[in-house]
Every structure is written in C-alpha cells, then in structure tokens.
Design a protein around this ligand. Sequence first.
Ligand SMILES: [Zn+2]
Ligand SMILES: [Zn+2]
Length: 347
Amino acid sequence: MRALVYHGPGQRAFEERPDPIILEPTDAIVRITKTTICGTDLHIMKGDVPTVTEGRILGHEGVGIIEQIGLSISNFEVGDHVLISCISSCGRCPTCRKGMYSHCENGGGWVLGNLIDGTQAERVRIPFADTSLYPIPPDTDEEALVMLSDILPTGFECGVLSGRVQPGDTLAIVGGGPIGLAALLTAQFYSPAEIIVVDVDDHRLDLAKTFGATWVVNNSDGHAVEKVMALTNHRGVDVAIEAIGQPATFDICQSIVAVGGHIANIGVHGKPVVLNMDKLWSHNITLTTRLVDTVTTQMLLKTVVAGRLHPDQLITHHFPLNQIMQAYDTFGNAQRERALKVILSND
Ligand SMILES: [Zn+2]
Ligand SMILES: [Zn+2]
C-alpha cells in the first residue's frame, strides 16, 4: 500500500509500505476512504514531537471500511463503515473507566500516527477497535465525520467543556485555526452572549464571523488584550480558550480573563509559559489543561447526523490520497492558501 511516512524533521515521503496485519485479537484493519492532516502533524514534521520516530506513517483522523477483524471483536463486522477516533482506548483500565481515554494504561491514548502507524495510508491497523471505532449511520456525509476524529471533540472537550461555557457568557477564543473554529461551532450549544475570536489572519476572522463569532480581533499589531478589554467594558471575558499553544497566546488569555473566569487551554505547548500569579491569585479563576478523551464523539456524531452541527464548513481543500505531498504543502501554508482542513480521498 502507499502511505505518508515521516523520515525525521522536515523529511516526509509518500511511499510503498507493507499492508498492516492483525497483531492482537482486539485489532481491526480499516481501509481508509477519507483522511486529513492535523496541525499536530505539522508539529511532528518540525521535530516537536519526539515520540514519533523515523519510518512512522502519520495521521490520526479518518473514516473507512473494516476489511479484517481480530478474533475478539464483537461490535463490528467486516464491511462496516466506521469513524476512527484519534484516541484509542481499551475501555477497561482504571483511567479508561474514569473516561480519561487519552491516558489509557493498556497501550491506548494518542497512539495512531505517533507510537504506531497512522491513517494517512490506504489501510490502518486500529487497536482496541471495539472501543475506538464508531459506526457511521447510512447516508451520512463521511467528509463531515472526518472532523469528528479529532478537532470537534478537541475543541469541545478541552475548550468548551473545560471552560464551562454558560448561557449568556462572554467567551474569547484565541486562535482561529481549525481547532479554534471547532470550539466556536460547539460553544454555541450553550448560547454564550458574546464570542470574540482573536487571530492574525483576516480570512480566518471573516470565516469566524460566518461561523457565529460576534466580534473578531486581528492581533497583527499585538494589541489584542486592549481590544478585548475595550469590547468587554474592561471586565474581561468569562471564558478564555487558548487554541494555539504559544506563550504569547496564553498570555493574552490570562490578561483578558474576568474575575471568576476560566482559562481553558487546548494548545500543544512546546515551551513553558509565565503564569502571572501576582495578578491572578485573588481573581477566583480556574485554569484547565486536557488532552482530548473523545468521550463526546458519540454525542457530536448525533448532532451532525441530526443537522445541528455542520463541521463540513471547516473543509477548504480536497486532494486524492496520492497527492498528499501537495496537500501537506497547502496545509503548511494555511494563511497563503486560505486552508483550514484538507480532505484526502482514497477511492
Ligand atoms: Zn490532530
Ligand atoms: Zn485503557
């Protein structure tokens, strides 16, 4: 089969690899029909994720058809159309039993395209398939569902749920990339009164407005804090969602959070940040961190099938899987290419 393989920082190739085989009775082999590229894959390509070693097939998102199942699989059959979760979970260890699948103690968690070969390939081996795949109802738009492998649950769980967004809240989302926009879409389940999106790219900010942002702030001049404070009568925001993962964007969040507010971090941080406890110690705020557990995937799937949520809005580009090298170039120059999510089709 053909697959996108990481060969060290800055080096990738679309090349021939052996088809995956069943290794454990809990495995399934899925023929990928649609997959995508994540911002995390770009971090990997820069060498920021040391757990990814040379020769790894990347990708942790996608949908497909089951081709083979291990002996102990009971929820699925060959031929089933399935959504792949970016988080694999045994469903039985103490951490999984707490709903913290991202920290599964039996070899699950974020393993796809990280510790084991991933989904940017014609086929993938899915461990713990019974508890890591979701059946796709008939006549569902499978491209929209690719957004449910990672970005929708991530924006929702790490941003909206951890940030405890309430009706009437003033919410700021710092970062208007796919994850920030996924938080924007799902925050609206809770009817916040104001949603301010901060980014440096006017195209993304325009999209944010069409997705439900009430205000957008372009931070190219570095004055986002003053602008957000002016928009909130110098009160600040009830919830500040960090959707980039840099010290500067974290700093915006801690500077705009109102008393009693919440900072919900989603961003993957590669460097330490300064936490301004000298200002925040008395402000009754909470700060949360989380790796997505994908505990809300089933709920999000229902809202998409019911037409309440339209994650296909996040898809800007389509490529056949055999043009994935070009797709990486497009996604890697997101601002110039006006790219959010790219869909790669293997048909
Ligand atoms: Zn991802
Ligand atoms: Zn587990």
